[in-house]
Structure formats: structure tokens, C-alpha cells
Ligand binder design. Structure first.
Ligand code: AMP
Length: 452
């Protein structure tokens, strides 16, 4: 196949990132670069200025952070060599968390500073020495003007969500800063829109920029009906899945999406064991040929269920998919649109069903923002047994929710207040959660008389 013959960039390895970063990427559960990452990482690593048009949810943060982490490489000196500016403290904190996640096997020192609280602790951290600094524009200039921040070693500057920064009136601080940092540097500007003010800024700020754009497919096709069920935990998700697929006639060609390879394997094995019909799993660990064969069999109607991770979702071009079931909510929000676009193709009516646990509801709200619509919600059918949540899962969900609250409000102190730098990604938490043998997959009882 063409894909195999050519040496185009398709994986994170192809970017020639160092081992520390590749290991962190793997642990974060990122199987494959997103479109913005595919486009931006090589250009940024080539040292060019970039004007990126991409929304939150596309993977844009890692698109600029990975090349920066490569360039900064390790702890060195006292002063920041990369500055990332973000309009809000929420976004600034999210960016810093990404640095923690992706830089976990490096010794790179980083911190985030923002207004709204006294600068004392922030100054203390800065004084210990720093490689990457994430900041909101005002606080950065405040500390610079106080003489607490030395900016003469800055080699990379990122303006994230530049359109929002313009809207919030940060232009004066940005101009001021551009005057005090070294002229010879790499500039990266990201914006969700091509606002005229952003174009103006980019002309002032970027040198021969490469323009990179990913227009999110933000509007789901109209022929797809969507429904959301709030499902409290994994066991209940399994029960719910089992309940809805009983109707073999309606649910005749179903794609089930999961966030991790492990969940894809587990769901596929579960359906196989219960003999609900032919099943194939496709994800990053499956070879190209296996994936193609599975897809062909699914297309041909010999396979009832295709269980897939998002990596696989873009390549699926099958008409007559009766249903897409989102067993897990995707964290790359755009993927939601890609996923549900697999059904309702070519004017056929399709249906997309999403299961979301309490922690995933946070991401549902973000997805709804992206698609600019509310996903219609339905109560769980009364016949479906609500299973008790395992202690481990309860902890994981509570930790996720705490983490979300802290991101929205840094002063929030939750039950799972973790030390800085100790945050684990949702992916990671999911991954470590035990092997299939002890898992709820085995414990879930088969329904009624369907026992083998
Ligand atoms: P962003 O658009 O940068 O806000 O990223 C949205 C979400 O996608 C974050 O939760 C990231 O951790 C996640 N993410 C970024 N890159 C990837 C990838 N290649 N594969 C899977 N998830 C990713």
C-alpha cells in the first residue's frame, strides 16, 4: 500500500524526538500525532516561525511543546529560554501540566505564573532557576519590571490563543515584552481564528512564518442523531453496551470507540466471549495489514463490531455504519466529530451514542462548545443494572474531577490534592489500572439465559 512504501511522517518516532520524550508520549497514551502535530512539529523543529490556526482540542499544545522540549533539552543556567504566553490562568496551567507530562523524563525546570495572587512564591520559584516559563502577559511584565525576571536568554516565544489575548486587551504588554526580549529568537503564534488583529500582530511579530492551519470539522453531519448517557462507571458501561446491542437488527454494523488500546482490546474480547457476532479490534498496535483486513471484513458485512481507537477512526470509510458507540469520551475533542462522522455517511441516517462517566462529563461540555450544540441526553434505561463502582475507579474518577476543578480554579483544594509535578494524565491513570484478568470485564455477569 502507498502508505507503507512512502517515508512520510506518520508516527512520533518519525519526528526524531529523543527517547525521554517518546517514552513520555507513550505513557500519556498518545498513539499517533494529531493533524496539527503532523504539520507543525517538523516546521518548528526546523527553527521556523509559525503561525498556527488551531483550536483547543486539536492537540496544539503538544504540537508546540514537543519541539520546545527538544530544543531546551535539559536544565541549564538560571533564566528561562522559552516563554509561553497564554491569555488566562486556566490555559496557562493546562500548558504547564502538559510540560509536566511530556517533560517527565527530562530534568527541564518549568513553572507557571499568573496574576490574582501575590507574587512571592512565584518569585521564589523563578529564583531557583528555570528553563521554560508559562505566564499570562500582565504577570510576566510585572515581574520583569520588578527586576525579578531576566528575559535576555529567551530563544523561543509562544503566544497561545493570540486572538483571545487581543480580545482581552493584552496588546500593550505583549508589545512591551517584544521590546525587551532578544531579537534573535523563534516565534510561534497560535490562534483559533484569523482575526484581523491577529494578522496584524503576526506581521509585527513573526519572521517569514510558515502558516499551518487545521480547520476542525466542528460541525457534525446533520444526518447523525446523537445521544448521551451518563453512565457512572466501567461495569455499568459494559452492561449498557450489552443492553443496547441486543437488538441485532438495528445494531447491525457498529463501530465502538475507546480511548485506549487496552479498552479496545477488552471490549473486543468481551463481545467475542459473549458471542454477539463477529468482532475486530483496530488500534495502533495492529499492523497495517491486519487493520486493512479488519476494515474490509467490516465493510463486507461479515463483521458486526469494529472496536477502534481514534488512531484508526480517520481511515474508516464505510457506508451503512448503523451506529457509532463512544464507549469512552475522546480527549482530543475534534475526534468526537471524526468518530460520529463514521456513521450517517452518504445521506444514510446514523446514530452516535456516547457513554460518559462523571469525570468525562467535563470533556463532554468542552466538546459541546466545539460543536456548538448540546448533545441530547437520555436517562439510563431502567433495565440496565447500575453496578457498584470499584474503589479504584472511584478514586480515579474523584482524582480526575478534583484535577479539573483545580485547573479551573487554582485555589481549589480537593481531597486528592497532589503535589506539583505529580499529576498523572487521565490516559496514564486508565492505563495502569490493572490487567484484564482481575478486571471488571471478567466479573460482569452474562445476561439471563445467554450463558454459554
Ligand atoms: P489541546 O488541543 O492541546 O488542548 O489538547 C487536547 C487534548 O488532547 C489534551 O488532553 C491532550 O493531552 C490530548 N492529546 C494531545 N495530543 C494527542 C495525541 N497525539 N493523541 C492523543 N491525545 C492527544
Amino acid at each position: 500500500m502507498a502508505e507503507e512504501a512512502e517515508k512520510e511522517i506518520t508516527t512520533f518516532e518519525d519526528f526524531k524526538l529523543n527517547r525521554q520524550l517518546l517514552n513520555a508520549i507513550e505513557e500519556a497514551g498518545y498513539e499517533k500525532p494529531t493533524p496539527i502535530q503532523l504539520k507543525a512539529i517538523p516546521v518548528i523543529m526546523g527553527g521556523h516561525d509559525v503561525m498556527g490556526i488551531a483550536q483547543t482540542g486539536t492537540g496544539k499544545t503538544a504540537a508546540f511543546l514537543l519541539p520546545i522540549l527538544m530544543k531546551v533539552k535539559y536544565a541549564q543556567g538560571m533564566n528561562p529560554r522559552a516563554i509561553i504566553l497564554a491569555p488566562t490562568r486556566e490555559l496557562a496551567m493546562q500548558i504547564e501540566e502538559h510540560i509536566t507530562l511530556l517533560g517527565k523524563y527530562t530534568d527541564i525546570r518549568h513553572t507557571v505564573i499568573y496574576g490574582g495572587l501575590g507574587p512571592k512564591t512565584q518569585i521564589e520559584t523563578i529564583n531557583k532557576g528555570l528553563d521554560i516559563l508559562v505566564s499570562t502577559p500582565k504577570r510576566l511584565m510585572e515581574l520583569y519590571l520588578k527586576g525579578e525576571l531576566i528575559l535576555k536568554e529567551v530563544k523561543t516565544l509562544v503566544l497561545d490563543e493570540a486572538d483571545k489575548m487581543m480580545d482581552m486587551g493584552f496588546m500593550p504588554q505583549i508589545r512591551q515584552m517584544l521590546e525587551v526580549i532578544p531579537r534573535k529568537r523563534q516565534n510561534l503564534l497560535f490562534s483559533a481564528t484569523m482575526h484581523p488583529k491577529v494578522v496584524e500582530l503576526s506581521e509585527e511579530f513573526l519572521e517569514f512564518p510558515t502558516r499551518i492551519e487545521v480547520t476542525p470539522q466542528a460541525t457534525p453531519v446533520e444526518t447523525v442523531s446523537q445521544v448521551l448517557y451518563q453512565v457512572p462507571n466501567l461495569r455499568t458501561k459494559i452492561a449498557m453496551l450489552e443492553h443496547i446491542i441486543q437488538d441485532r437488527e438495528t445494531f447491525n454494523r457498529v463501530i465502538i470507540f475507546t480511548r485506549s488500546k487496552k479498552n479496545a482490546e477488552d471490549v473486543a474480547k468481551f463481545l467475542e466471549r459473549r458471542e454477539y457476532g463477529e468482532v475486530r479490534a483496530i488500534h495502533g498496535n495492529k499492523g497495517q495489514n491486519t487493520r486493512i483486513n479488519s476494515m474490509e471484513a467490516f465493510k463486507g458485512g461479515e463483521v458486526r463490531f469494529l472496536v477502534a481507537t481514534d488512531v484508526a477512526s480517520r481511515g474508516i470509510d464505510v457506508t451503512m455504519v448503523s451506529h457509532v458507540i463512544n464507549f469512552d469520551v475522546p480527549f482530543v475533542y475534534e475526534d468526537y466529530v471524526h468518530r460520529i462522522g463514521r456513521t450517517g455517511r452518504a445521506e444514510n441516517a446514523g446514530a452516535a451514542i456516547t457513554f460518559a462517566n462523571p469525570a468525562e462529563m467535563y470533556h463532554i461540555r468542552k466538546i459541546e462548545k466545539l460543536i456548538r450544540m448540546r448533545i441530547p441526553e437520555q436517562p439510563m434505561p431502567p433495565e440496565v443494572k447500575i453496578h457498584e463502582i470499584t474503589f479504584e475507579e472511584q478514586q480515579a474518577i474523584a482524582r480526575d474531577i478534583d484535577h479539573q476543578k483545580r485547573t479551573e480554579n487554582p485555589d481549589f483544594k480537593g481531597a486528592f490534592h497532589e503535589k506539583k509535578g505529580k499529576h498523572k494524565s487521565n490516559f496514564e491513570k486508565g492505563k495502569k489500572k490493572g490487567d484484564p484478568k482481575n478486571s471488571v470485564w471478567q466479573k460482569t455477569k452474562k445476561k439471563g439465559s445467554r450463558r454459554k
